[in-house]
Design a protein around this ligand. Structure first.
Ligand code: NZQ
Ligand code: ZN
Length: 394
């Protein structure tokens, strides 16, 4: 176990009817003028947005709102939100939705805290984030884990580049989680969310840090649990137990807790984000496309780690270390494809098989034109990225 610092300050309000405490929690965390951010309309249709607006009104809290956040959220909409929130003199941002809405809210929160700075400077890594505005969340989908994470991912629509920025200033003040609010999710979003939750822990699990410890056991149990309840949720999206397990595991999976004391990898996320930036593919699907190709490319760097995963999570208990490692990769691939119905290569997705020039472009975007390496299990240079994109391109 390596040394670590762990900061997870988000207040969790979990369970049926939790959203009724929104105004109370806004006040508790210092909000007096609230800027609400939401997506393409699901919260309008479900009546959640109107219920929250009425609640704020009854509590004497003025609010303004912006909608229209799309999956793979755009920097341009965040900039628009910053202007509107500044004019409204907001001192609190309330995200009502999923990862895309929450990440846009985080961007608006940073933007209004220092209006002189163009927010792309934060995402491009030119400038660190040093101040922000409090963000609260009413969560409607179990997936990204942004409701507690230190991360925010946006696409710069001027250049088609999707990237994240990590700082504890990204951590929301509170997260309201009522699993019933996820009952209206389309099955495809439940599947993509399940994959994303698994990947947030799996990408922390694949490491060269030695130690067979508590963090491993937490990670293994979380992934097994999410595989089990992801299937149940797909069979019946009004299964409260299944939706609860997905919701809580979704948050725990990306707070950092399941990777404490070790170096994390996150290769599939880096490779997948380039697919999201170029093709606007759903985040979870981008991960299930990239992970099998990545895993087969690198597993021989430490087959024992993959074999341990195969034994403890996938129940593989025969064969050599290498055979078990390969069987574990196959099990996950089959789970993504057969149980979740998600793509595990380009041709199974709406992207289709791509020309070599596109793969070169993706590898360049991943590595800054070959200048950088990405991820940690094997730091991937441009050639590695290209080989993995090629392996997924069938
Ligand atoms: O926009 P609306 O109409 O609300 O519809 C959304 C959207 O189409 C729909 N939806 C959400 N809740 C619903 C619902 N539909 C019916 N009923 C409900 N209760 O679901 C669709 C997807 O929403 P989105 O917010 O995009 O989902 P998700 O939570 O998966 O977020 C994905 C984004 O988060 C980023 C991803 O890259 C992607 O851009 N990530 C953010 C992370 C973070 N900040 O920590 C970590 C992740 O690795 C990820 O990269
Ligand atoms: Zn993710």
């Amino acid at each position: 176990m390596q040394s670590f610092e762990y900061y997870s300050p988000t207040e969790i309000i979990f369970g049926k009817g939790a959203e009724e405490k929104t105004a109370e929690k806004v006040k508790k965390h210092g909000g007096s003028r609230v800027f609400i951010v939401y997506g393409g309309g699901s919260v309008v249709k479900s009546g959640l947005l109107a219920r929250l607006q009425n609640q704020l009104e009854a509590a004497g809290i003025p609010y303004d709102s912006i909608g229209g956040v799309q999956p793979n959220p755009l920097m341009s909409l965040a900039r628009k939100g910053i202007q509107q929130a500044l004019e409204f003199k907001a001192d609190f941002i309330l995200a009502v939705g999923g990862g895309s809405v929450i990440d846009t809210s985080k961007a608006i929160a940073h933007g209004i805290a220092d209006p002189e700075v163009d927010i792309w400077e934060y995402w491009s890594g030119k400038r660190p984030i040093t101040k922000t505005t409090p963000v609260g969340v009413v969560l409607t989908i179990s997936a990204a884990g942004s409701e507690t994470s230190n991360s925010a991912v946006l696409t710069n629509d001027e250049i088609g580049k999707k990237c994240g920025t990590n700082t504890d200033l990204n951590r929301p003040r509170f997260a309201i989680m009522n699993p019933e609010l996820t009952y209206t999710l389309p099955p495809y979003q439940i599947a993509c969310g399940t994959a994303d939750i698994i990947m947030h822990t799996l990408e922390r699990y694949m490491t060269h840090t030695e130690g067979n410890n508590f963090t491993d056991r937490v990670a293994e149990e979380l992934i097994k649990n999410v595989m089990k309840f992801g299937k149940k949720a797909l069979a019946n999206r009004k299964d409260y137990e299944a939706m609860s397990e997905l919701m809580w595991c979704g948050s725990v999976s990306h707070t950092g807790f399941t990777g404490l004391g070790r170096v994390m990898d996150f290769a599939a996320h880096k490779l997948g984000h380039e697919l999201g930036g170029k093709f606007n593919i759903t985040h979870g699907a981008s991960l299930t496309i990239m992970w099998p190709a990545w895993a087969r490319h690198v597993y021989m760097d430490k087959p024992e780690r993959f074999a341990q995963f195969a034994e403890r999570v996938c129940g593989v208990n025969s064969g050599t270390v290498e055979e078990r490692a390969r069987a574990g990769i196959r099990t996950m691939e089959e789970f993504f494809k057969n149980d979740l119905g998600l793509p595990t290569c380009f041709s199974e997705s709406e992207i289709g098989v791509q020309d070599e020039s596109v793969l070169e472009y993706l590898a360049d975007m991943c590595t800054g034109g070959g200048k950088n390496k990405v991820a940690n299990f094997r730091p991937l240079d441009r050639e590695n990225c290209l080989a993995i994109y090629r392996a997924a391109n069938h």
